[in-house]
Design a protein around this ligand. Structure first.
Ligand SMILES: Cc1cc2nc3c(=O)[nH]c(=O)nc-3n(C[C@H](O)[C@H](O)[C@H](O)COP(=O)(O)OP(=O)(O)OC[C@H]3O[C@@H](n4cnc5c(N)ncnc54)[C@H](O)[C@@H]3O)c2cc1C
Length: 380
């Protein structure tokens, strides 16, 4: 029941080959210079994986959630920044999958399947967790909307060809007045601003987007006016499972780096691995990692079976990302001086993993979602 199918195993092998060839050799360099070469996305496209969730009707692979989480775990193992960058094409696609018309699907997925990035643009300088504070406006003028505002911390925003962007069509209604739009990059009035200089996941590009009287056809509205909040939250339910899968991948890498180290490192004439304190710590790390993997799997099964999974997704994101941060910290502690240097991959993993409890909804926000769902339930 927990095994991958032969088809999934074949795909896992393909992804591992890709990562060995294209990511392993450059991961440290990209961490230093903060630029993932565009050739990586081109090779990812050649592997047929440019947008994992793109439906078959537009020529995409339409992978199920179990397969997507398997791939995201592999990417997270190799480099969390690359996982974040390549994962952006799925995150920005969920609103289109949920509410897009056939014409909108063609418009959105076309550029992604040709090997371009897309981005999900929700966050603003004064609207992070509080999406009701979104100040970007979309004003209807005849057969167009006119967009004005600033988005920030948008993953792949500086290199994307297309965005799914959230703006208010009715300020008075707060979150109920939010709407989602497909916005192409090359439009007059749309520009990128500050590029964030991040401590980790440096292969991903994180930028500010500035919209000054950007005119888009009214046909770019996804669903109806006012559907934006629902579409954003449903998209994040999926996205959080993917972040959790990446967390499992990066934690597995931390554990593997640590295990190799303690087998080699000598202490009082014995490998460090023979110390029970170290061995027990490693046992704890491996156990919490495996529990996390099962949470991700259950979330994926629920989603693929079209069962409610919003609360489970929040629990999975919360547990797996806290686990990954802890495992990275424990591995670095065990690896001591060496672990603290740039010679050790764990140093990069520790910096990369830190983002996991912050993006796609902070872990405090996950607790709001989980407790909210529990406390509103009626008594049995
Ligand atoms: C590298 C990176 C990539 C990102 N990529 C994207 C992207 O592609 N698209 C996008 O739209 N956004 C993106 N974001 C934004 C990210 O999802 C938000 O920044 C995140 O949700 C937190 O928002 P904030 O920093 O404004 O936190 P705030 O909302 O200011 O919160 C600050 C603190 O208060 C806590 N808090 C806030 N509200 C509550 C509450 N109700 N209850 C309890 N605690 C609360 C938070 O947990 C946090 O600890 C990215 C961010 C980063 C750093």
């Amino acid at each position: 029941m927990f095994d991958y199918t032969p088809k999934q195993l074949e795909l896992q092998k393909k992804v591992r080959t890709f990562l060995k060839e294209y990511i392993d050799p450059i991961a440290r360099e990209v961490d230093a210079n903060g630029e993932l070469p565009l050739s990586v996305l081109e090779a990812w496209k050649e592997a047929g994986l440019a947008c994992l969730v793109a439906p078959k009707e537009v020529g995409g692979p339409e992978l199920d959630t179990i397969t997507c989480t398997m791939i995201l775990e592999e990417l997270g193992y190799a480099d969390l920044g690359t996982a974040t960058a390549l994962g952006a094409n799925s995150l920005c696609s969920y609103p289109v999958l949920i509410a897009g018309t056939p014409a909108q699907k063609k418009k959105h997925f076309g550029p992604l399947l040709e090997g371009n990035y897309g981005a999900f643009a929700l966050t603003e300088p004064n609207a992070g967790s509080d999406t009701g504070a979104i100040a970007t406006t979309a004003r209807r003028e005849g057969e167009e909307y006119v967009l004005n505002g600033t988005k920030c911390f948008i993953t792949q925003g500086g290199v994307a060809a297309t965005y799914v962007l959230f703006a208010s069509t009715d300020k008075i209604k707060g979150t109920k007045g939010l709407s989602a739009f497909i916005v192409e990059r090359e439009l007059p009035g749309l520009s990128t601003g500050k590029v964030e200089n991040k401590m980790g996941i440096r292969a991903s590009n994180t930028v500010e987007l500035i919209l000054e009287n950007v005119r888009i056809p009214a046909s770019c509205l996804l669903g109806n006016e006012g559907d934006g909040m629902k579409l954003a939250m449903m998209s994040l339910d999926s996205g959080r499972l993917m972040v959790a899968a990446q967390a499992v991948g990066v934690a597995q890498r931390a554990l593997d780096e640590c295990v190799s180290y303690v087998k080699e490192r000598m202490d009082n004439g014995e490998p460090m691995a023979s110390q029970q304190a170290v061995a027990f710590k490693i046992a704890d790390m491996a156990t919490s990692l495996e529990a996390s993997r099962l949470l991700v799997r259950r979330g994926a099964v629920l989603k693929d079976a079209h069962q409610p999974y919003s609360q489970h997704s929040a629990m999975t994101k919360l547990f797996c990302t806290d686990m990954a941060i802890q495992v990275a910290k424990d591995a670095m502690d065990i690896m001591g001086n060496y672990g603290y240097t740039k010679d050790a991959y764990i140093e990069k993993i520790w910096r990369d993993a830190r983002i996991l409890s912050i993006y796609e909804g902070t872990n405090q926000v996950q607790k709001v979602v989980i407790s909210g769902a529990l406390l509103k339930k009626t008594k049995h």
